[in-house]
Design a protein around this ligand. Sequence first.
Ligand SMILES: Cc1cc2nc3c(=O)[nH]c(=O)nc-3n(C[C@H](O)[C@H](O)[C@H](O)COP(=O)(O)O)c2cc1C
Length: 417
Amino acid sequence: MKRVDDFRLKFGNREFVPIMIGGMGVDISTAELALEAARLGGIGHISDAMVTDVSDRRFDTKFVKNKLKLFRHNIDNSDKSIIKFDLGALAEATRRHVESTMQSKKGEGLIFVNCMEKLTMNAPRETLQVRMASALDAGVDGITLSAGLHLGSFGLLADHPRFRDAKLGIIVSSVRALQLFLRKNARLNRMPDYVIVEGPLAGGHLGFGSDWAQYDLATIIAEVVQYLRAEQLVIPVIAAGGIFTGSDAVSFLETGSAAVQVATRFTVANECGLPKKVKQEYFKASEEDIIVNTVSPTGYPMRMLRNTPAIGAGTRPNCEAYGYLLDGNGGCAYITAYNRELALHPDAKTLSVTDKTCLCTHMRNFNCWTCGHTTYRLKDTTRRLDDGSYETLSAEHIFRDYQFSIDHKIALPGIAA
Ligand SMILES: Cc1cc2nc3c(=O)[nH]c(=O)nc-3n(C[C@H](O)[C@H](O)[C@H](O)COP(=O)(O)O)c2cc1C
């Protein structure tokens, strides 16, 4: 019976434990979590979502405060088009976040940064270019392009000195998305170094519509593998979404995947950025508590816990401080929803907005409890303490459990796999 450790992910002549911890914004996949994956010989992700805010928290910088000071006069204005990110500040925040992570790296693994296209930041091309280029400048091992088709993203990097040496990959949820990406980038003569295929059971935003439940990760992977073979392209395919045990991972590694990307099991790791109380909510969840809805202003369905405080909150849009989802014309679906409710209830003390949520504010405050479909199984990965709470786990324990377990067994804390 095989274990994940019987396989290796190969990039050129380098080999890695074929376990990637997926990027989880905003700072849910912390540097500490990513560094553990690298130390153990796998690949960890940090995320550059809301990176100016992450830098403020990690390094006591004042990027968000300074931006708010600059645009405070606009708070009562529903037109947010004047709110622009200072590209120098964005570069500096990215550099700090990435550089400090890379300086702490130990072991043979790699650190990648997860870069979501949907963070359009009121200047989609310019801000994405700065985010990616600054991460490469700061020495990140690779960039995973996510939450979007990224048809122009390689082009934005083509003149960067590290364009051909850094590892660059993309997350897709269909063979069609991959075909589009490859076709669009053919002229650059630069293939992605890896393709992550994310199925419908993943956490965060989903690359499917409301019919997500009709899709199946193994089927999509088979289509992608077949397509790459037909095109004679040798690109490692990495399976993601709902892989809960080492044996789940092995079944993908035996059928054409070069590695797996996992996240949900690490949401209850000590190193994960979620507050302790929120980790307990993840442990407590039952299957019925895990829902997919359309409250994200990005337009993608998102999976989260039913009791997520972000749902229904009528928070005043915080674009002057944040504004990471402004679409390039100062628009965001949450602003529209909020203004509609404000017009309907002008005298209400508190507003409730149920169809959309202020994702920046709630992700920043860990009040949008996005999670993978298998979250309801987390309670089976640990033990209960005397006070009724669940024991959080070390990232090393979870990583090694994926790496060495067989027979769908899950080692409880304190017991090696
Ligand atoms: C809490 C949480 C937050 C996530 N945030 C992001 C994100 O910011 N960007 C992204 O590309 N994927 C995000 N994901 C998806 C993961 O990186 C990963 O691909 C997926 O969840 C793997 O499936 P699993 O959680 O079932 O193991 C998130 C997942 C979780 C659980």
